[in-house]
Design a protein around this ligand. Structure first.
Ligand SMILES: Nc1ncnc2c1ncn2[C@@H]1O[C@H](COP(=O)(O)OP(=O)(O)OP(=O)(O)O)[C@@H](O)[C@H]1O
Ligand SMILES: [Mg+2]
Length: 455
């Protein structure tokens, strides 16, 4: 007998209980009074399936995510004929949806079918193109991003039924999500995670690959500042808030991610570290899943810390300090681990690589940044390669030279290296890294110009 936990509005509870009484395959093991009760029972490891009604107070993406983490199959119950109700339930992540009027056979079929849940039902639709403060790029940002063309004339974001939102105008196809996620991580000490993430994204986009750069560093997000994106850009916090309420789709994500250059969009980070609680695992996961649908490559600037406070606490509902980074690493197709090329930076990198082994993440591509002889002695690349091979078993790495002039030129004007210093050694190294990661052609080097201010 499959054990079912129900958390169903009082108007429907007895009807469901009566229907399931006749079942030989499923049994209600607990009728939960509310969502908190359901989550506590699920947390205790009881039950195999959760049956929740759309009017259950507090039901959202995090709650469904939590039920999934406890291994439950989650079935949503629609209480009216509204199509938007089903869409909303799916957008908060339930695995199946069944109407409250369903008979025993239909109900059993859904409770017993352990199919993975779909993503939000958002169809690509209408867009806004953001602008980048400081140097006027973006508003009409060059050749149209193919995605923007696809957005034309679509329906609104699904919203929880009963909120007064309009009924969606047409059903949306389920997102396919073929885009790749590249997480850029590195230990503490500012080794250059943001520099690598920003310029990697810009190089990939310049090869006409639609790209989204996401700032998930909850300790010191700086992508907005580095790229001179307007301060008031709502960014990832707004995207997570919408995802939490089941109201984020590809269109909504596009609206929150201004296009700052052809093929390049940016989802800015939280403006203050204290707002980290807004980036919960379930909503970050949804944002990244939708990002995968929206663009071909998603580049994520991650925070340095990999500690998982869930293991330290019994309160599995509490937001986790490093949920954003850990979620991005777990979802990533590629991981770039950036370390600084000085004795302290290299030691942190070696320890960081060991720590990476303890979390769910792809095998990293190691990048050593700010390489200079002054910090590690003559022939810096070969000394660094020796040290990494000896202490971390890393036999292949990329190097980015120390290139203060180029980085300063870019930072001063809020531009990427490609824009501010296209022939600079740092830019060339990051372009080669991009080529290696996503197979795009390396830009041809300009002869006779070793400049940092050339553009
Ligand atoms: N190759 C390089 N050469 C010279 N300076 C660099 C290089 N890469 C990064 N920097 C500089 O190092 C500083 C830190 O870089 P960045 O902000 O990218 O690091 P981070 O790892 O993201 O740090 P944080 O912990 O603040 O997020 C910046 O001033 C940046 O311009
Ligand atoms: Mg950073």
């Amino acid at each position: 007998m499959t054990q079912v936990l129900t958390a169903v509005g009082s108007m429907w509870e007895s009807r469901i209980a009566t229907t399931l009484e006749a079942s030989r395959e499923v049994q209600i093991s607990r009728r939960c009074a509310d969502l908190a009760d359901l989550l506590a029972i699920a947390g205790a490891g009881l039950g195999e399936v959760a049956l929740v009604s759309s009017d259950l107070r507090g039901l959202d993406l995090s709650a469904v995510d939590d039920l999934h983490r406890h291994g439950l199959h989650v079935v949503g119950l629609t209480v009216s004929d509204s199509e938007s109700e089903e869409r909303w339930l799916r957008s908060v992540g339930v695995d199946a949806v069944v109407p409250v009027r369903a008979g025993l056979t239909e109900l059993e079929a859904h409770l017993l079918a352990r199919t993975p849940g779909g993503l939000g039902d958002g169809a690509p639709s209408g867009s806004e193109v953001g602008s980048r403060a400081g140097h006027g790029a973006g508003a009409d940002g060059g050749p149209a991003d193919p995605f923007l063309a696809d957005l034309a004339g679509a329906g609104p974001t699904p919203a929880r039924p009963g909120t007064g939102a309009e009924e969606p105008t047409r059903p949306a196809p389920a997102p396919e999500g073929g885009g790749r996620i590249i997480a850029v991580w590195g230990p503490t000490g500012a080794p250059g995670r943001t520099t690598v993430a920003v310029n990697l994204a810009s190089e990939i986009a310049s090869a006409k690959t639609s790209t989204l750069l996401v700032d998930l560093d909850t300790y010191g997000g700086s992508v907005a500042q580095v790229l001179s994106v307007l301060d008031e850009a709502p960014g990832v916090a707004a995207a997570c808030r919408a995802a939490e309420q089941g109201g984020l789709d590809v269109t909504g994500l596009a609206r929150l991610s201004p296009q700052i250059a052809p093929h390049l969009r940016v989802l800015t980070g939280i403006p203050k570290a204290e707002r980290w609680t807004e980036l919960r695992a379930g909503s970050v996961e949804r944002v990244l899943e939708l990002a995968r649908v929206m663009v071909e490559v998603v580049v994520v600037d991650c925070g340095f810390c990999l500690e998982d406070d869930e293991e330290l606490s019994y309160d599995t509902l509490a937001p986790r300090r490093n949920a954003a980074t850990l979620t991005a690493l777990a979802m990533a197709d590629e991981l770039v681990a950036v370390g600084a090329a000085d004795p302290v930076g290299l030691q942190r990198l070696v320890r960081g690589l060991q720590e990476l082994d303890t979390v769910s993440a792809p095998t990293p591509t190691v990048v050593v940044n700010k390489v200079r002889a002054a910090a590690v002695g003559p022939r810096p690349k070969s000394s660094i390669a020796d040290a990494l091979s000896r202490f971390a078993g890393v036999n292949e790495q990329s190097f980015i030279p120390d290139d203060r002039d180029a980085l300063d030129a870019a930072l001063l004007t809020g531009r990427t290296l490609e824009e501010a210093a296209p022939s600079s050694p740092a830019r060339v190294a990051i372009a080669e890294l991009a080529a290696r990661l996503v197979g795009i052609p390396t830009p041809t080097r300009r002869r006779g110009r070793r400049g940092t201010m050339d553009s």
